[in-house]
Design a protein around this ligand. Structure first.
Ligand code: ATP
Ligand code: MN
Length: 463
């Protein structure tokens, strides 16, 4: 018999013969009848399988342990007690895969750290099932949003010869024999005999190539893996994460902020509309204020706050007795405690912070007329801190070169980027959204390692 997914069975009318396949969540037997909760990953909900003990071999029923994989045939009938409308009255049960008592996801209530050590099996738990379904839905939301708004999905390379923007330390890519590294007379490693004939690394951002796309196609977005060898063991940083980077010709700062806000709200609304069961589960088990917080974001207009005003607010707070670990004088890069104070305590809503001192931002950002600040537009979120880093790009060749020279940057690997400003340069802007930071927000999870199937962090590349 053809298998039906549990999500479809739960919505079906009782009365027909059905086949379900999935993994046992629980099995309890009374004298005459066994109840098996079966889940196949199509939904957070289980289907209840009812088996009359008299009709099944005792030895078979013993094999139906938590985690075992079953194929069940039977009648879909109205359910009285299972909390669902229907259940399966089993006529045949086949154990496809047994599962012994050493199954690591056996017990309920294991710590997240324990789950990380068993990341290959944690996907079978309710929590990780919910997170992964939401992750999928967010990817669909992102593609749908951009497609519907006339953006083209643009693929930028993962292997790069340019240190993009110094956004983070890079992982080198080489086919050289590390056991027998040749060096020149100055002790420098030579790369002419390496695979690409030059030093290469995994990209920290697709933005620079994204700008090439936007200044030809008008509006593009990237959605792909990004690599940063940052040795920061925080709950918000991964060494391999997914980034969404839209880049738009003819956008100014106002257009950019409007897009950032509209886009994030669209994603959050998509989650509320399409992931109801999973969100309700997470709201119950992980974070009781999750759904309220998601709905709250949709109601609020994001605050648009120049950096200088933000510093004033923080200084005022310090005067009134607020204690921060790190300093926040004009010119300092804000620490996450400062961002969270502004978002969670002062405004109590998301903040788009703008016009940062040029010393703390990347070279490509558009310089304001004051000569001191740049047109950055980062979005700061409750519980997360920075979720988007964005900016208007400097379109003037002379101003961009002046900034590059001021920073003493080497332009030999950036010549192609500079050509955008030489030929048909145009005002443009873009941003980068960390996919996992969005998933953190939407799921209410606390640690970024728990919103990607197989996290890559310092000293951890297992699975
Ligand atoms: P942070 O200050 O939080 O390290 P950043 O300023 O380095 O972030 P950008 O270079 O602007 O971040 O990158 C754009 C977005 O990518 C960030 O807003 C964030 O959502 C995400 N991001 C950056 N670094 C990481 C990381 N290591 N792991 C996961 N997401 C990241
Ligand atoms: Mn960073």
């Amino acid at each position: 018999m053809k298998r039906t997914k549990i999500i479809d069975l739960l919505a079906a009318q009782p009365g027909s013969e059905v086949c379900a396949k999935g993994w046992v969540r629980s099995h309890r037997g009374s004298k005459n009848v066994d109840f098996i909760a079966l889940n196949d990953g199509s939904t957070i909900k289980n289907i209840q399988v009812v088996a009359d003990a008299a009709k099944f071999d005792e030895e078979l029923l013993k094999l139906i342990t938590t985690g075992a994989c079953l194929s069940v045939e039977g009648q879909l009938v109205e359910s009285v007690g299972s909390g669902q409308a229907v259940e399966i009255q089993a006529t045949a049960i086949e154990v496809l895969g047994t599962c012994g008592a050493d199954y690591p996801m056996q017990k309920k209530g294991q710590s997240f750290e324990y789950m990380r050590q068993h990341a290959h099996m944690r996907l079978r738990t309710n929590t990780f099932g919910a997170i992964m379904r939401i992750r999928h839905n967010m990817a669909m939301a992102i593609h749908t949003y951009f497609h519907d708004h006339g953006f083209f999905y643009f693929h930028t390379p993962l292997i790069t010869a340019s240190d993009c923007e110094g956004a983070g330390n890079m992982f080198q890519v080489t086919t050289k024999n590390l056991y027998d590294l040749q060096k020149d007379e100055n002790g420098q490693i030579t790369y002419d005999d390496d695979f690409f004939g030059t030093q290469t690394a995994l990209t920290v951002s697709g933005q620079l190539e994204g700008e090439l796309g936007a200044t030809a196609l008008g509006q593009i977005y990237t959605f792909g893996p990004t690599f940063r060898a940052e040795n920061s063991n925080t709950p918000r940083h991964l060494a391999e994460f997914w980034m969404i980077e839209p880049e738009m010709a003819f956008y100014d700062k106002q257009d950019l902020m409007d897009l950032e806000e509209d886009f994030i709200k669209y994603c959050v609304r998509w989650a509320l509309d399409n992931c109801k069961d999973d969100l309700e589960f997470l709201n119950k088990m992980i974070d009781k204020t999750l759904i309220e917080r998601l709905e709250g974001v949709l109601k609020e207009s994001f605050v648009r706050l120049p950096y200088t005003e933000g510093i004033n607010i923080l200084q005022e707070a310090i005067k009134n007795g607020k204690k921060f670990e790190f300093p926040c004088n004009w010119g300092d890069d804000l620490a996450s405690e400062h961002e969270r104070y502004l978002v969670e305590e002062h405004f109590k809503k998301p903040v788009i912070m703008t016009d940062y001192p040029k010393e703390i931002k990347a070279f490509y950002m558009k310089l304001n007329d004051d000569g001191k600040t740049m047109q950055g537009t980062d979005v700061l979120f409750p519980a997360i801190g920075e979720i988007i880093g964005g900016s208007v790009r400097e379109e003037s060749y002379d101003k961009l070169m002046a900034e590059i020279n001021r920073r003493g940057m080497d332009t030999t690997t950036l010549w192609w980027y500079l050509d955008t400003r030489r030929w048909g340069s145009c005002p443009h802007a873009g941003f980068g959204l960390g996919f996992e930071r969005l998933i953190l927000f939407v799921t209410g999870m606390q640690n970024i390692r728990d919103v990607i199937p197989f996290p890559r962090t310092p000293k951890n590349a297992a699975f």
